[in-house]
Write a protein that binds this ligand. Structure first.
Ligand code: M6R
Length: 601
């Protein structure tokens, strides 16, 4: 959470505009306030801070407020410590105004560190944990340390996962410190350097990156014109670390809304081809991975949020298709299972961003037991990919909307394929999923969307929406609830159909919408019976099913996709969630209080 962008060039101007452009691309990481700092012509630091989204702020405005300059820093915030205000927006400065800081993550021991600064009469002007960094660097330098050493010295004392960038205007240096939260260096063609929380902050300008690993810092010096090559230093040891420039390949097409009003609907529609892309994997590699799954002594499949629901679906898929038991666990709870981890255990980590802190912590637990890590991840070069023994890419392209859609179905597709491969039926799995991809392509037509838009208008004033499913469609009911909650802010809850009579049925009143996810499998009849029970109590039953049924007040047809039913069943809910948000006047791309990449606990 929070997006950081830094830029250093030998040019006389343009840096604020370039940082602003990068910040807009990172806005999905946090969007409650934003701010920038740039080095002005007299060598001082100018800052600009605003509450709310970056929105239409343009390069002319930032250049007017900040001047030109070839060096700038920016931050888009998801508040942790301190309310949402200009005072708490980053960058933060030290007492002299010579050091500027932007930060992502949490400094767990900040109160203790802050108390020391207050006692020593530093003037703190925000409620954040971030600001202390500027003052500690100031203090270190006052005691005779160089900027790099002062930065390293406070970095060594921090507890918790974070990343920060410090700008020293007097020494014309920048330090990018990674302590468990992502930060990456981009190397431009003209020798200019970028720092960003992820590649989206600069990918329009360069695809050449240098990875900062955990507990390392990159030092950039720009004393004479263009910056020199960044120097990488180990935070605990202080020694220099050698790095390579790596070229990453990501297409640019997925950066715009391509004529759609929101990223969310664009990404939903992209599922016409992302399912096929997800399973476009090398067969020999898939078989090798599948052998690893088959022979592992204990398999855990772990993710957070929507990815966690996908993992729960994966548990059913491996059981039904491959007769292999895998344990699905939400990442934040994984450490409770540490006693069952050995060198022969396999952990399958599922994530869109590859940066979710709970998942990375879970990996740390698994690693400490020698457990092998296989990841299914969308963002190339992400932390997850880099800490895994093996990674399979989801190939879904950039997913910008906070609500995950195309990455979700890509994860489901790849897990289904792996389950088939584990069963020794890879070809059959591929055939099924390619067929499903075609069915999804047919399904996502304008008439289908229009029907769901009308349903959304009908449901837009609902207080609650319930969703039920059985078998693999139970976790999909939970996922449907996540989608509806984060886009429409309507209270939504997903249940296993069989659990209905154990409590939730008491909440059904006349007209309460209940979405029923039906698959043409051995759960079908019991799911329909549950739908009948809801209807008998006055509930308004919306059936998402391959066939019409008398139990439904409203039928949304989906293809009969066999084992791929979770994929086709969740897509109409995604479309409904999108149109509910629009009907309720909510921007579905930026749900309140949320951010795309959850990098704090
Ligand atoms: O990037 P990840 O897949 O690891 O993210 C996990 C969750 O934060 C994410 O799925 C979240 O629940 C989505 N906003 C749901 O749409």
């Amino acid at each position: 959470m929070c997006g950081i962008v830094g830029y250093v060039s030998g040019k006389e101007d343009g840096a604020p505009a370039i940082v602003l452009e990068g910040l807009k691309r990172l806005e999905y990481r946090g969007y409650d306030s934003w701010g920038m700092a740039s080095l002005d012509s007299k060598g001082g630091i100018s800052t600009l801070k605003r509450v709310g989204r970056i929105g239409g702020a343009g390069s002319a405005m930032v250049a007017r407020k900040l001047g030109g300059g070839g060096v700038a820093l920016g931050h888009t915030r998801w508040a942790t410590h301190g309310g949402i205000s200009e005072r708490n927006a980053h960058p933060h400065l030290d007492c002299t105004g010579r050091i500027a800081i932007v930060h992502n993550g949490i400094i767990e021991n900040y109160q203790e560190l802050k108390a020391g600064l207050v006692a020593r009469k530093h003037r703190l002007s925000s409620d954040t944990d971030t600001e202390i960094l500027a003052h500690y660097i100031e203090e270190g330098m006052r005691r005779g340390m160089g900027f790099a050493e002062a930065t390293r010295s406070i970095a060594k004392r921090l507890k918790g996962r974070s990343a920060f960038v410090a700008l020293d205007s007097s020494g014309r240096q920048m330090a990018a410190v990674r302590l468990g939260a992502p930060l990456i260096v981009g190397v431009g063609d003209g020798g200019e350097l970028f720092i960003s929380s992820d590649v989206n902050g600069f990918l329009e300008r360069t695809n050449r990156v240098m990875y900062i690993d955990d507990d390392e810092m990159a030092l950039i010096s720009f004393r004479r014109g263009a910056p020199g090559a960044p120097k990488f230093v180990s935070v605990p040891r202080g020694g220099e670390v050698r790095k390579r420039v790596i070229k990453i390949g990501w297409k640019r097409e997925s950066w715009s809304k391509s004529g759609y009003k929101h990223f969310l609907i664009k990404e939903i529609m992209e599922q016409k081809y992302t399912i096929a892309q997800a399973i476009n994997q090398d067969d020999a590699r898939i078989m090798r991975v599948a052998n690893g799954i088959r022979n592992a002594f204990g398999v855990f499949i772990v993710g957070a949020g929507t990815a966690g629901r996908v993992c729960a679906a994966g548990q059913y898929l491996f059981s039904d298709i491959a007769k292999k038991h895998v344990n699905a666990t939400v990442a934040s709870e994984f450490s409770s299972y540490r006693h069952y981890l050995t060198r022969r255990t396999l952990m399958i980590a599922v994530s869109q961003s590859g940066e979710t802190v709970d998942l990375l912590d879970a990996i740390g637990v698994a690693r400490s037991k020698g457990t092998r890590i296989l990841s299914l991840v969308n963002v190339f070069g992400s932390t997850l990919m880099r800490v895994s023994d093996e990674s399979l890419m989801l190939n879904a392209g950039t997913e910008k909307s906070v609500a995950s859609t195309k990455a979700t179905t890509a994860q489901l597709s790849l897990l289904t394929l792996l389950a088939y491969a584990t069963a020794g039926r890879l070809k059959e799995g591929k055939r099924l999923l390619l067929n499903t991809a075609e069915q999804v392509n047919d399904m996502l037509n304008p008439r289908y969307e229009e029907r769901l838009r009308k349903l959304a208008r009908q449901l837009r004033r609902s207080r609650d929406i319930f969703i039920i499913g059985r078998g693999v469609n139970f976790p999909m009911a939970e996922e449907a609830a996540i989608k509806l909650q984060e886009t429409s802010y309507i209270h939504a809850h997903g249940f296993a159909g069989g659990e209905l009579k154990h409590g939730p049925l008491a909440l059904i009143r006349k007209g309460t919408p209940c979405i029923v996810l039906v698959a043409n499998d051995d759960t079908k009849h019991e799911t329909i019976s549950n739908a009948m029970e809801v209807r008998a109590r006055g509930g308004y039953v919306i059936g998402i099913a391959p066939e019409r049924n008398d139990a439904f007040d409203y039928w949304i047809r989906v293809p009969d996709a066999g084992e791929a039913s979770p994929i086709v069943n969740i897509i109409p809910v995604q479309v409904l969630a999108y149109h509910l948000a629009v009907a309720r006047g909510i921007n579905p791309d930026y749900p309140r209080n949320l951010a795309k990449s959850v990098t704090v606990k």
